[in-house]
Ligand binder design. Structure first.
Ligand code: 5CA
Ligand code: ZN
Length: 409
């Protein structure tokens, strides 16, 4: 499927620093050394509702990863999926009595528009679950053949016991895993499974639900985790640099994905760093499509909010923090955008060289966007109070804020 148009990334003088980022699997900062082509897989949306601020915050984090790498003069090979067939999508389509394909297409189109407006760089490969099915089926067949998968009443399950490294991504105890499995798409209480945590790889066709030819698996549709593994291995291969998503994906999704890949290749980990963004809340609870406590990016845009202000509101929070969306957060971002725009609208100003390095240093240190914003704030305040004689400095600041933070001033 097609992605969305790329906004231009201005080249900056000098060169950025290598990214140090928090890896969930080791619970520490690691310095990535990607080589000339950095490889990143970011889990995409399940398109049954519009993009909310929580989604946008997560995609903002991984957009910063790309920008840091681009600033080190590397190429970035970025892959993202769209879970365009899954239970929540089918349930929403049935509830609203609309065609599930039309619903997925509509919400994916809106996501593309939101991402474009927010200046999120597009993936090189944007792949739907449905279009990935021909690549998923042979992987499930291989897992069955090696004994890492088994059949239960026509459905195919992955056996977590087949993976000696199972549990290393999220490092959770058994009780927590079981609880989260039930909450996040698993079926730990289904009778007949070898281990309650075992996730489905292939679901046999159900009456009234879409299904595809699965070769020796019979008609059905793919499980959620194998979808991302198939797409990631196909387009990036094992041992890519970052797999990203919100913290609610660490378990079971990224844990199971790493396990599937381990069973397929004998290697762990599939990604060198498992990177997770914090959860954005509204009215004290995690923003979620199922709860309906949502602030949509498209609604804010329709209300006339500048997408650059939305982006600044996201950047004002460290990506790993859980935080709350409020009207004040947006008002602060609008005011900051005004101050920055006024500061760069003059032909000269205080020197910008140190500022560019401060932004680089902050982002390279686990994507510390709030520290980067504070540095720009200081430059803008100096400009407002005293001005400066450095010709072209405002232009440098403008380009740096665009290239490194994705904000067009
Ligand atoms: N399609 C799967 C991933 S393969 C999925 O989780 N889709 S999603 O639409 O539910 O979420 C898309 C991304 O947004 C995920 O990375 C998820 O962790 C993130 N996300 C969802 N809700 C929030 C929230 N309230 N705050 C921050 N990130 C969120
Ligand atoms: Zn995923």
């Amino acid at each position: 499927m097609h992605a969305w148009p790329a906004s231009e990334v201005p080249a900056l003088p000098g060169k950025g620093r290598d990214l140090r980022i928090h890896d969930t699997a080791t619970d520490g900062l690691i310095t990535l050394d990607p080589g000339p082509v950095a490889r990143i897989y970011v889990c995409g949306i399940t398109p049954y509702d519009a993009t909310h601020i929580g989604h946008a915050a997560t995609y903002n984090a991984f957009d910063l990863v790309q920008r840091v790498w681009l600033d080190t003069k590397r190429q970035v090979h970025y892959v993202q999926n769209v879970t365009d067939v899954d239970d929540p999508l089918l349930e929403r389509a049935a509830r609203d009595d609309i065609d599930w394909v039309a619903l997925a297409e509509k919400e994916t189109a809106l996501f593309r528009e939101d991402m474009t407006a927010l200046r999120m760089l597009p993936p090189r490969h944007y792949i739907g679950a449905v279009e990935a099915i021909p690549g998923i089926v042979p992987l499930v067949e291989r897992l069955l053949a090696s004994g890492a998968a088994y059949e239960l009443e026509g459905d195919i399950y992955f056996s977590v016991e087949a993976d000696p490294d199972f549990g290393k991504v999220s490092r959770l105890d058994a009780a927590t895993m079981r609880l989260l499995s039930a909450e996040r798409g698993g079926d730990p209480d289904r009778a007949g499974k070898k281990n309650p945590l075992d996730p489905m790889l292939w679901m046999a066709a159900r009456e009234g639900e879409p299904s595809w030819d699965g070769g020796s698996l019979g008609r059905g549709r793919p499980g959620w985790h194998i979808e991302c593994v198939a797409i990631a291995l196909d387009h990036l291969g094992m041992g890519f640099d970052v797999q990203g998503g919100g913290s609610d994906l660490a378990f079971p999704h990224h844990e199971m994905g790493a396990s599937h890949a381990q069973a397929l290749t004998g290697e762990f980990p599939m990604a060198k760093a498992y990177v997770h963004a914090g959860m954005v809340a509204l009215h004290g609870e995690k923003m979620s499509k199922s709860k309906g406590n949502l602030v949509f990016v498209s609604k804010l845009r329709r209300d006339g909010v500048d997408p650059a202000a939305i982006r600044l509101a996201l950047l004002a929070h460290h990506y790993r923090a859980d935080w709350e969306w409020t009207d004040q957060v947006l008002q602060d971002a609008v005011a900051r955008l005004d101050r920055w725009r006024a500061a760069v609208s003059r032909p000269d100003g205080p020197s910008a060289e140190a500022l560019v390095e401060e932004i680089r240093e902050a982002l390279a240190h686990d994507l510390d966007a709030p520290t980067a914003l504070a540095a720009v704030d200081r430059w803008a305040a100096l400009q407002e109070e005293r001005g400066g004689t450095d010709e072209g400095a405002p232009g440098v600041v403008s380009r740096a804020v665009d290239a490194l933070l994705g904000v067009a001033l």
